[in-house]
Design a protein around this ligand. Sequence first.
Ligand SMILES: Nc1nc2c(ncn2[C@@H]2O[C@H](COP(=O)(O)OP(=O)(O)OP(=O)(O)O)[C@@H](O)[C@H]2O)c(=O)[nH]1
Ligand SMILES: [Mg+2]
Length: 292
Amino acid sequence: MLNPKGKQKCGYITIVGPTNAGKSTLLNSILGKKLSIVSHKVQTTRTRIQAILTKETSQLILIDTPGLFNPKRFKDRSFIKEAISSLERSDVIVYMVEAHKGFDRDAYNSLGKMIVNQEIIIIINKIDLVRKPDLLKLMDDIKGSINKNDIYLVSALKNDGVREFLDGLISKVPEREWEFPANQATNISDKFLAEEFTRERILYHVHKEIPYSVIIETEKWDEKKKNEVQIHQNIYVNNSNHKKIILGKNGDKIKQISMQARQEIERYLGKKIHLYLFIKQKKKNTAIELIE
Ligand SMILES: Nc1nc2c(ncn2[C@@H]2O[C@H](COP(=O)(O)OP(=O)(O)OP(=O)(O)O)[C@@H](O)[C@H]2O)c(=O)[nH]1
Ligand SMILES: [Mg+2]
């Protein structure tokens, strides 16, 4: 939407909702590039990811948050503190609902209690998974239970409805000077994102709780030649059994992880990447925090 006076608009938008709802997928879809990792598992996003989109006169600062596991108790969870602190500084809050899972009114109301001035926009994601009549019924449910008509329908995965949603967001951000240069897409570092790409591939290839306990740290980031980076990352695991599982038979699994993570990093940085992964056991009593 064009701002008639041509004045700058700028606003913070926090995306919240149940874990696995597709919040990170939506963020990536809006940005047109991958800034937040995605997986079919719960609790993929571990920390706030901030992405910046500048379009014409408007700048949107979008914050992806860790999903809510048990929304009724989300005040208790340290994970969720991240999300809560973003809410306080937001102009608009986007609450994501999954089309095939329905609307959790209690969770929505808990969210409402935690904010004061901000508007909450509801977005129903994964509309590709349901039939139209079911979608209409869900919209009626939401409208009936919370008296809200402003509901957007999207499939973040198929990039369906995302443009309309974006226009809706732009219309809601206030007139304010931009906070970032127009060409800046994020405030997360390349190093952090490269670690995240490796973590995403571990989530994909390694099952159960192991991916949640690994910690990835960059040991070396060497830009020797122009457009070429050598990266060494350490993957810290809890014990030798976890190490064996991540290595896989004949090292097959770590090879897959490494190859796919490298491709993601190359795509993001637009540079040739040499990625070396080292699996190490966490030292006892080494306090490496999972969340910053
Ligand atoms: N069918 C379908 N799947 C989707 C859509 N959006 C996201 N997904 C899938 O849903 C899963 C979870 O997506 P994420 O973006 O990681 O979800 P999230 O809300 O960020 O999850 P957490 O970070 O764990 O809170 C992935 O397998 C996505 O591919 C969609 O519109 N349609
Ligand atoms: Mg996520």
